[in-house]
Each structure stands twice: as C-alpha cells, then as structure tokens.
Design a protein around this ligand. Sequence first.
Ligand SMILES: Nc1ncnc2c1ncn2[C@@H]1O[C@H](COP(=O)(O)OP(=O)(O)O)[C@@H](O)[C@H]1O
Ligand SMILES: [Mg+2]
Length: 331
Amino acid sequence: MTTSPAPAPAARPARARVAVIGGGRSCEHDVSLASAASVADALDPATYDVVRLTIARDGSWSTDDGARLDLAGAVTVLARCDVVLPVVHGPHGEDGELAALCEQAGVPYVGSAVGPGAVAMDKWVTKLVAEAVGIATAPGRLVTAASASALTWTGPVVVKPVAAGSSLGVSLVDSPEGLATALADALALDDRVLVEEVVRGREVDVAVLRRADGSVVASPALEIVVDGFFDHAAKYGGGADFQVPAALDEVDAKALEAAALAAYDALGCDGVARLDFFLTDAGLVLNEVNTVPGMTEHSQVPRMFAAAGLPYAALLDELIRAALPAPTTSA
Ligand SMILES: Nc1ncnc2c1ncn2[C@@H]1O[C@H](COP(=O)(O)OP(=O)(O)O)[C@@H](O)[C@H]1O
Ligand SMILES: [Mg+2]
C-alpha cells in the first residue's frame, strides 16, 4: 500500500441517459429480457436516467410504456441517449447487429464492436482465431443441410449450431441413431452446424473486462458443477451449481487468465466478455466466447466480478463509463 495521498476519484459523468436494450429476435429472447431488466434495475438512479427498450421476437421495438417504435423511431430514441447498453444475446444482437445500429445512430455503446461481436458469435470462426493464437479448441467439422447426410458415425460427438446460445440446439450424441435428430435440431436454429469431439474435463469460465480507465482485467474463474451435460434445462432449471472462485491450482489459474486475455485481445473484444473453457488432463480447451454474456445479478459474470470485490452496480458503472466519451476538463 502506498502512503501518498489518495488519487482524486475518477471523474463521473454528470447525469447520463442510458438506453438498456433487451429481448431480441433470437431463441435467447427470454434470457435477454431477464438480463436487461436486472441491469436496468441496478443502475444507480443518482447517476443514470434509464430508457428501457425491448425488441420483440418479430424485431419490432417498444418502450417500457408499451409504445411501439418503428426502426427510425428506435434510432431517434437511441440517438437522444448518452450511451446504449445492449443486452441482447445471440443472433441479431450479440453478433454485432446492435453495435452497427449504434454506430449508424452515432451513439456510444457498451461492449464489443461489430467485427468482434460477429466473429465471437460464430463458433467456427472463433475456433480459427483461437487456434491461430495457440489456444486449443475441440476438433470439429462444419456441416450444412447439404452435407449432413454424408456424415458418418465415428464415435460420440457434440452437435451444435454455429451461432446460437443458452445450449439451445446443442446435443450430446452417444449412439449412431441419435445423429440425425441432433443434426435436425441444430439445423433448425442455424444453416451451419458444428460436429465436435466430446471434450472431457471441468467446465471453467473466465470473464474479461475493459475498465473505464482502459485497463483490461480478468475475473476469478468460475466452475460449472453439473451432473451430466450443461444443457438448457441445467442452465435455467437450477440443475447446475457455480463455484466461484473455482478451486484451481495456481498453474491452471494463471493459464486460464492468460488464455482468456489472449482470446479477448485476438478477437478485439470490448466491454465485458465471458470466455468458456474446458480444463482437461491435456490442458485448456476454449469452448466459446460470449460478448454479451448473461447479466442478471445472479449470472456468471456478475458473480465472478463480485467475488473479486467489484459489485454488480459497480461493474455496470465501469462498463458505462468505459463507453462514454472522456469528460472534457474545463480550466
Ligand atoms: N465439444 C464439447 N464437448 C463436451 N461438451 C460440450 C462440447 N460443446 C459443448 N458442450 C457442452 O454443451 C454446453 C453448451 O454448448 P455451448 O457451445 O457452450 O453452446 P451455447 O452457446 O448454447 O452455450 C457447454 O456448456 C458444454 O457443457
Ligand atoms: Mg455456452
């Protein structure tokens, strides 16, 4: 600890008008509504005026008084805000689409820009980027409706959409008879499907945050303790436990942190991202990167940062202040 005088507290914005967007057109609509509501409720009213916007499953926008907005109306509302906090998981949100809309509207936004959002949403391209910087991923191949019938049984596999989330359309296939149904389930959510080797290991996630001062920090790791497969029912039905921080030896903890920071950096992420790994006997395997992770107070990312001494409202504050333009100082 230093004995020099404490630095002046970081300049807080005067009141800021924050648009929180939830919902969206993807299969993660409901998960996003929960995240967005929790975020909006947690923003400190002493600092933030919150504008709640919802995107319906059909893509139409509304404000919290239920008024429908066409796209031009939505852009007008966004452009009147100081910053946008998009909490829309999955395609048509997390994939860069809302970042693009904010760019077009000329309003600052929290989180990754268009490119990293799109790349991280695509589990196939994420593999290519991760492997290129020396981070292992599960060996897998890409299958489309046209090539699915040519797939032959080589052993147990995980079948999943290239771009989805919340474990929807993800199946563990342990017998040849299950393959066709698994492919059909995944192809119902995406044109492209990954057929991956089954990774055996502990499931451990790390969050990475770019703070308001520009520094990038990794959270303590979280272990998902689940009996079997971390499917949609286990994720949202209470069938999984989170252990935060994960019980890891120092070597594994350091390797996870380094891999998470390297992947965040290689993808060009911003804001907060959650990087999901398997810890196997042969080392770390990156499963996926979420650039708009679940953000209810009880979701993984808030719990990981809370374990490091950064409470939920302070985490949101960091994200918003990082996105806002630097305050101009007057003499
Ligand atoms: N190759 C794999 N080997 C073993 N388990 C896997 C594999 N891929 C996915 N899983 C399991 O399925 C879950 C959901 O898959 P994931 O790729 O994370 O999809 P989502 O984007 O829907 O969360 C993971 O949390 C993990 O438990
Ligand atoms: Mg996942």
